[in-house]
Write a protein that binds this ligand. Structure first.
Ligand code: SAM
Length: 321
C-alpha cells in the first residue's frame, strides 16, 4: 500500500509540475506587443479598469523608499506604479523567464525608475525564495496581482507561496493582491442548468472539469485545493486556474502571521474608490471613465466582477517556523 501511495503521490506531484510548466509556457508565449498594440485590444477598457484597481490598491499600501516584492510580476505591468509610489527597491519574481526578461528590459529603459531592482526566475509555489535573497532583505510590501490563484493547485503549493510571502516580510508589512472571487463564481455556476459547468459571456468564460450534478440538480465536487477550471479572457488568457476558497486562504494566511485588513470585490471597490478625488482623477487619466461611469460594456462589467482585491498585514510571527 505504501508503494501504491508513493506512486500516486509521485504522479500527483509530476502532474502538478507539468501544470506549472503549462502556465509558464502560456505566459512566456504571449508576445510583448507594445503600448500601441495593447491600445487596440478589444478589452482595452477592461484592462485599464483592472489596472486602475491595482493602482489604487498599491497606492494605498506603498510608502516612499519601501522595499517591495512583486511575486508573479509577469512582464512588469506594475513597474510604473512602483515608480509613482517612490519605492526604493524592487524584487520581481516569476516562473515565466521570458516575461521576466521583458520586465528587466522595460525597467532598464524606464526614465523615471529611481529605485533599484533585481529579477529572480522562480517557481514561487514549489521553491523557496529566501535562499535567492540577501540575508538581511526585509520587504515592506509583497504584491501578488492576478497570480496567487495558481498556487491553490495543492495545499503544499499554497503553503510554499505563503512561506515566500512572509519569510522576509517586515512586522507591520503588507501583503496585497487580486484573485478571482470563488464565492461569486460558484454561486453563479449553481444558477446554471443541469449539466452546464461553465459561466461567462463573449468577454470571459470559466469552465470546470470535475464538477458533477446530483439527481436533484445540485452541483458538487468543489474541493478546497486543486479545484480546477479553464479561464478564458478574450485577447488575454487561456489557462488552467484554481478556485481560492477565501475562508481557507484566510485561515492559512493567519498561520503565517497575516491578518486580513481589507477585502472587496472589484464592483464595490470601484464604487467606493471612484468617489475619492485622487483616484477619480487617475480614472480619467487612465481613460477608464467619463465621470463615475466605469465605461465598460455590460459584458466587461460582469467580467470585472470575477475578481476581488485583498490586503493582509503581518501582525504576528508565523506559526510555521
Ligand atoms: N502580476 C502581473 C500583472 O498583474 O501584470 C502578471 C499577472 S499574469 C495574469 C500571472 C502571472 O503569474 C504570470 O506572469 C505567470 O507566469 C505567474 N505565475 C504563475 N504561476 C507561477 C509560479 N508558480 N511562480 C511564479 N509565478 C507564477
Amino acid at each position: 500500500f505504501e508503494y501504491v501511495r508513493k506512486v500516486a503521490r509521485d504522479q500527483k506531484e509530476s502532474d502538478a509540475a507539468s501544470q506549472a510548466h503549462l502556465v509558464a509556457q502560456h505566459y512566456n508565449a504571449r508576445p510583448e506587443v507594445g503600448v500601441e498594440k495593447r491600445q487596440q485590444s478589444s478589452i482595452i477598457r477592461l484592462r485599464s479598469f483592472n489596472n486602475w484597481i491595482k493602482s489604487v490598491l498599491i497606492s494605498r499600501h506603498v510608502r516612499r523608499n519601501a522595499t517591495v516584492l512583486d511575486m508573479g510580476c509577469g512582464k512588469g505591468g506594475d513597474l510604473q506604479k512602483w515608480a509613482r509610489g517612490g519605492i526604493g527597491y524592487l524584487v520581481g519574481t516569476d516562473i515565466a523567464e521570458v516575461s521576466l526578461s521583458q520586465m528587466k528590459e522595460r525597467y532598464d529603459t524606464m526614465r523615471n525608475a529611481r529605485f533599484k531592482a533585481e529579477f529572480i526566475p522562480l517557481d514561487c509555489y514549489s521553491e523557496l525564495l529566501a535562499p535567492h535573497l540577501a540575508p538581511d532583505m526585509r520587504f515592506d510590501l509583497v504584491s501578488m496581482q492576478f497570480c496567487m490563484h495558481y498556487s491553490f493547485e495543492s495545499e503544499k503549493k499554497a503553503r510554499t507561496m505563503l512561506e515566500n510571502v512572509t519569510a522576509n516580510l517586515a512586522e507591520g508589512g503588507w501583503f496585497i493582491g487580486t484573485i478571482p472571487d470563488a464565492n461569486w463564481i460558484i454561486k453563479k455556476l449553481r444558477t446554471m442548468p443541469k449539466g452546464q459547468h461553465e459561466i461567462g459571456n463573449h468577454v470571459y468564460s470559466i469552465k470546470f472539469e470535475d464538477i458533477k450534478d446530483t439527481d436533484d440538480g445540485n452541483k458538487v465536487g468543489f474541493t478546497p485545493f486543486g479545484c480546477k477550471y479553464w479561464f478564458h479572457l478574450t485577447d488575454a488568457v487561456d489557462c488552467p486556474e484554481y478556485i481560492v476558497p477565501f475562508t481557507i486562504f484566510q485561515s492559512l494566511a493567519e498561520e503565517y502571521g497575516l491578518e486580513l485588513k481589507f477585502k472587496q470585490n472589484f464592483h464595490d471597490f470601484f464604487v467606493s474608490a471612484a468617489h475619492e478625488a485622487d483616484h477619480n482623477m487617475l480614472l480619467k487619466r487612465m481613460k477608464v471613465v467619463g465621470g463615475y461611469d466605469p465605461g465598460l460594456s455590460e459584458e466587461e462589467w460582469e467580467a470585472a466582477r470575477v475578481y476581488l482585491a485583498f490586503a493582509f498585514q503581518k501582525t504576528k510571527p508565523s506559526r510555521q517556523a
